[in-house]
Design a protein around this ligand. Structure first.
Ligand code: FAD
Ligand code: AMP
Length: 480
């Protein structure tokens, strides 16, 4: 038996590393166990988010957007950028450098906060013990008063399109292409499919997105989803709804994909690369010894209560491996709340105000309930919408597609949700998220003085429009 800790965290993604740092700040003797290895065999912290998720995808989204702007969007400003070329290897190299910088940053933060970093695979045993198998195969058993499981998630694979990491790839493989595929297929029009499809479309791929569902972004506010679909279509993304992939055959350097179209007819399409983005599943392989006493739910997530406690006393679980949205900031906020609970504090996580963002251009962002959800809940509500085309700042930037939509309770005026497709939607929606945390009404946002000219003014105007008081558009509802 090795050293005893106050807290052992398994997994150093945004859930695990944040929990470990917060616990150490609060004086707990903490260690974080991570099994991720770089190609040269070194241990790496940061999980999916930093290695193959949020950060590298945003690096490629930013590079590809700059390429698109230089190539197609500067002439209107009077700028002749000449012949514009993309060096894909250099772009991927920049992304790798950013990943290295940020994963290295976690190790530095662990040192600064005195979190012990343990490299290897952790397995939870009975009685709050964890067996770690290091990269050389040696096992050590650690003990702790509390344990947090933060083992995250992995891509879902589907039998009709098995990933071969050559022609058919998952989201990780799609961050590593060495050249722009001419014909790119994407299975799944979810967040990841749209982001990765956008990256390669901007660089010149002909992108076809095959989506089994008949509605686009079914979980989002449908007014915003429809607007987003129109904008993305205009950019050249060929999004085919009601198209379920039923098979694929790799033939040399290409893949022939079979799918059933909206009329039930079998169709075939040939691609040079195919990205499978059909969702992610909780990852618990090898994590739980038989006697660990941690129960899973029927979908394979670690079962937890509202406070992230598992069925085993002293064992907690957070992030993608438990219920709720699979988002980095949801994982890290749970990490903070659980660390503080372990240290004796009593914080609560507000699951009603978790923003989510799709980093296409323009961005699609939401917080709170959609109009469809509020309607289904039977609550009376008002809606305010403000289009970016009426914004001086958006027009100056030649970035006017989209709108801000705010939903408020008809009796109390309390903000229930905000849904945005437009420039900087990710940052704009956060303003409404803060307002919602403070229980703001639409009138509160409308009465706040906003700087001019800013994109944020669109949030103010949408809030004013809720009660028919918008200044820079004709109000649908006239109210006093
Ligand atoms: P993870 O980040 O998955 O980390 C879990 C860690 O646990 C891993 O490092 C794993 O190696 C380790 N581990 C597992 N089992 C063991 C074990 N037995 N022993 C030791 N270590 C173990 N979310 C956003 O909010 N915004 C975005 O823009 C965004 N973009 C994304 C883009 C892509 C392409 C992908 C794939 C995901 C994206 N996500 C985004 C989702 C986000 O990455 C996840 O929600 C987040 O990483 C979950 O954090 P986590 O800590 O729960 O798990
Ligand atoms: P998300 O869960 O947001 O990552 O989105 C994944 C998407 O993939 C969902 O919208 C699913 O409907 C879609 N999907 C899953 N399986 C298939 C399939 N065989 N063919 C086409 N789309 C699929």
């Amino acid at each position: 038996m090795s050293e005893k800790y106050d807290l052992l965290v398994i997994g150093s993604g945004p859930g695990g590393y944040v929990a470990a740092i917060r616990a150490a700040q609060l004086g707990l003797k903490t260690a974080c166990i991570e099994k991720w290895q770089s190609q040269d065999g070194k241990g790496v912290n940061g999980g999916t988010c930093l290695n193959v998720g949020c950060i590298p995808s945003k690096a490629l989204l930013d590079s590809s957007w700059k390429y698109h702007e230089a190539k197609d969007a500067l002439a209107i400003h009077g700028i002749d950028s000449g012949e514009v070329k993309i060096d894909v290897t250099k772009m991927i190299g920049r992304k790798d450098k950013i990943v290295k910088q940020f994963t290295g940053g976690i190790s530095a933060l662990f040192n600064a906060n005195k979190v012990t970093s343990i490299q290897g695979t952790g397995k939870l045993l009975a009685n709050k013990k964890v067996e770690v198998t290091d990269f050389a195969g040696k096992t050590t058993v650690y003990e702790a008063d509390n344990i947090i499981l933060a083992s995250g998630s992995v891509p879902v694979s589907i039998p009709p399109a098995p990933v071969d990491n050559k022609v058919i790839v998952d989201s990780t493989g799609a961050l590593e292409f060495t050249e722009t595929p001419k014909r790119l297929g994407v299975i799944g029009a979810g967040v990841i499919g749209l982001e990765l499809g956008s990256v390669w479309s901007r660089l010149g791929s002909e992108v076809i997105v095959l989506e089994a569902l008949d509605s686009f972004l079914a979980m989002m506010d449908q007014q915003i989803a429809k607007e987003s679909q129109k904008i993305l279509k205009k950019q050249g993304l060929d999004i085919r709804l009601s198209c379920r992939v039923t098979g694929s055959e790799v033939k040399g350097e290409e893949v022939v994909v079979t799918y059933q179209d909206k009329d039930g007819k079998e169709q075939q399409q040939t691609f040079d690369k195919l990205i499978v983005c059909v969702g992610r599943r909780p990852y618990t392989e090898g994590l739980l010894n038989e006697d660990a006493d941690v129960k899973l739910d029927e979908r394979g997530f670690i079962y937890v209560n509202d406070l992230c406690m598992t069925s085993a006393p002293g064992v907690w679980a957070i992030g993608d491996v438990v219920r709720g949205p699979m988002l980095a900031h949801k994982a890290s906020e749970e990490g903070v709340v659980v660390a503080e609970r372990i240290a004796g504090q009593k914080p609560m996580m507000n699951y009603n105000v978790i923003p989510n963002v799709i980093y296409t251009h323009p961005e699609i962002a939401a917080v709170g309930r959609t109009e469809e959800q509020v309607k289904a809940d039977g609550e009376p509500y008002n809606v305010g919408v403000f289009p970016f085309v009426a914004s001086g700042r958006a027009t100056a930037a030649n970035d006017t597609a989209g709108m801000v939509k705010i939903i408020a309770h008809a009796d109390t005026d309390r903000v229930l949700g905000a849904h945005i497709v437009g420039p900087s939607a990710a940052d704009l929606v956060q303003q409404v998220a803060i307002s919602m945390e403070f229980g703001a009404s639409a009138e509160d946002i409308g009465m706040t003085v906003f700087g001019h000219p800013t994109l944020s003014e669109c949030v103010k105007e949408a809030a004013l429009a809720v009660n028919g008081h918008a200044i820079h558009i004709a109000n649908r509802k006239k109210r006093k």
